[in-house]
Design a protein around this ligand. Structure first.
Ligand SMILES: C[S@@+](CC[C@H](N)C(=O)[O-])C[C@H]1O[C@@H](n2cnc3c(N)ncnc32)[C@H](O)[C@@H]1O
Length: 361
């Protein structure tokens, strides 16, 4: 057997980015089977399907179950076939003509989907490379801007009883993503999970890690809404825990996104760059001079809150990766006691806003 199932070696950089081919190491795969066995009483009765199997990392563990692998990348599949002779393999686009029949599964088969679907935002796909995942090859009802979310929706279409996959935590915690995930979320509930850093994947950028969740979902009538996510007790591989509901978020107090429709340029006492999440704040500017499509106009009454975000950015390097896709947190009561300090600290770095020092109480 090829011992390096998790090191992709046949694609160049842009092909790898395009297909999201970052293979999973066996430690994570073992962890996933541990979760499944712990939570599913008759685990051996289920068929196991990975619809984007790469070299077949998820088949590297001995199991009595019927197992099926598929991938759009024929060369990856050939490698997987060399490694495993007891697995049924299919060369398939997992997002097109989604049905159980294309994997020789009946409606009666008990099904667990495992894997690590590609999760690239198709709006950022590298232009000059082959475009296997162009929009035309994706069924309309699962077509979203992110391939990983589309894969999650495909698992719902396949009516898997359980889904145990890796995906960015942002699919659950960012409201815009969670609403794209709705057809899946209304039929599945998160049973068990662990957050790990994207940095564990070799061949990914180590400069700005983001949180990935290893998530076990069970199909159920209740599904989950955003309140469920807010109440959920997330655990990390560093043995920490958090709930979204434990934090207040800056979006309750200020505009994060361009607001040029609602605030006139003359009313703005300062300008700020669009604020997405903590990782974006680490990369981007805060106060800016120019007016562009990313400009947020700051009104006088909100100025100190933007100073808070500016100071928050200075310390953001100390914030663990698992909060990377969260909104900037704030304790508003404490902030109101200390707002002068934030304004003072921020203006030290942005002297052009000195004139605002006196007039914001
Ligand atoms: C993150 S890798 C995971 C591979 C393997 N499951 C693992 O964990 O090692 C994503 C895989 O998705 C495949 N892929 C991308 N788009 C696909 C599509 N539309 N249909 C099927 N597979 C696809 C890629 O070729 C790649 O092998």
């Amino acid at each position: 057997m090829n011992t390096n199932l998790s090191t992709q070696s046949h694609l160049n950089y842009s092909q790898r980015v395009n297909l999201g081919s970052y293979y999973t190491n066996l430690e994570i795969v073992d962890f996933i089977y541990g979760l499944l066995k712990k939570n599913i009483a008759s685990f051996n009765d289920y068929c196991i399907l990975d619809t984007s199997c790469g070299y077949g990392s998820f088949f590297g563990t001995d199991l009595p179950n019927r197992r099926i692998g598929a991938d759009i990348d024929l060369n990856a599949l050939k490698e997987a076939q060399k490694n495993f002779d007891s697995i049924e393999f299919y060369h398939q686009n997992g997002l097109q003509n989604i049905s159980r029949t294309k994997y020789a599964l009946s409606q009666k088969d008990k099904l667990i989907i495992v894997g690590n679907p590609p999760y690239n935002d198709r709006t950022s796909i590298i232009r000059h490379s082959i475009k296997l995942n162009d929009a035309g090859a994706i069924d309309d009802d699962v077509n979203t801007r992110d391939l990983g979310i589309s894969f999650m929706l495909s698992y719902n279409k396949l009516c898997a009883d359980f889904v145990c996959v890796l995906h960015p935590l942002s699919y659950l915690i960012k409201k815009s993503n969670f609403s794209l995930l709705k057809p899946f979320a209304s039929n599945y509930q998160l049973l068990d999970s662990l957050i790990i850093s994207s940095g564990v994947f070799s061949q990914t950028s180590k400069t700005m890690s983001f949180p990935i969740i290893i998530a076990l979902y069970k199909r159920c009538l209740l599904g989950m809404d955003y309140e469920f996510v807010k109440q959920y007790d997330f655990k990390t591989s560093e043995k920490t825990k958090f709930k979204l509901k434990d934090f207040d978020s800056i979006e309750r107090y200020i505009a994060k996104y361009p607001n040029q429709q609602s605030v006139r340029a003359q009313e703005a006492v300062a300008k700020f760059w669009t604020m997405r999440d903590i990782n974006a704040l680490k990369r981007n500017s805060t106060f800016i001079d120019e007016i562009c499509s990313n400009t947020v106009f700051i009104t006088k009454d909100k100025f100190d809150y933007y100073c808070y975000v500016d100071v928050f950015k200075e310390y953001a390097k100390n914030i663990p990766y698992y909060f990377g896709n969260c909104d900037v947190m704030i304790d508003n009561k404490k902030f109101l006691e200390l707002r002068d300090c934030f304004r003072f600290e921020s203006i030290k770095n942005n002297p052009c806003y000195q004139k605002n020092l006196l007039c914001h109480r």
